[in-house]
Write a protein that binds this ligand. Sequence first.
Ligand code: KIV
Ligand code: NA
Length: 266
Amino acid sequence: DKPWTVPALAEAKRDGRKLVMLTCYDAGFARALDAGGTDLVLVGDSLGMVVQGHDSTLPVTVDDVAYHTACVARGLSRALLIADLPFQADASPQIALEASTRLLRAGAAMVKLEGAGHKLEVIRYLVEREIPVCAHLGLTPQSVLRLGGYKVQGRDEEAARRLREDALAVEQAGATLLVLECVPSPLAADITAAANIPTIGIGAGPRCDGQVLVLHDLLGVDSGHRRPKFVKDFLVEGGSIAGAAAAFASAVREGRFPDAGHSYAS
Ligand code: KIV
Ligand code: NA
């Protein structure tokens, strides 16, 4: 299989091919995920929780993400590498440009940032400067202080309307992908149908254009945090790290994951 490119992601949506994404933080696991047929690998700021042991993603720095991005990049041959802009690394267009440039130099092909609102200007600024952007809406963990916890988003009609508007706005601003985290399945399905860019769900039901899980959750590693209902341990059926990635990939491509037990109906 040939390496993924940014324009190939839009083709995948057009062709109805599901996208398989996992997070990763080092070269050895990157090699295994690549071998398991993972399409997209994300150096998530979840590393603050699952690698560093913090209670939130807020302590993560650009140095941290750049270090892990360089490690992961050395292990990949086919998957497209995305790196998170950590807390406040997207506070202004100029700050985001500097951080994103470092992450692309470390080997990422795209950066991900949370939210819409003033972030729309940041997305436009980066895209105009040849930096592909993945947006992230719904539960945005960098908003944990305002939200008061990690909760399902878009449950009432007003919140759902705002989420639909934000999804179209990030696409308009130039985002290439959209991660939807912890939103009811029907809302994620609506957004996926309305959007021209692929949606990647986590706790967002089966009708997104792709799915993502945190590596530690895929492998049943206890990271000391409450396990949300959308998490599934694929190591049991996969038998190895690459096997777990392959089992997740098959389940996503065949529409078997997530099922109703791993989704929020409303
Ligand atoms: O940081 C992360 O791992 C993420 C995914 C959950 C999408 O943002
Ligand atoms: Na993240």
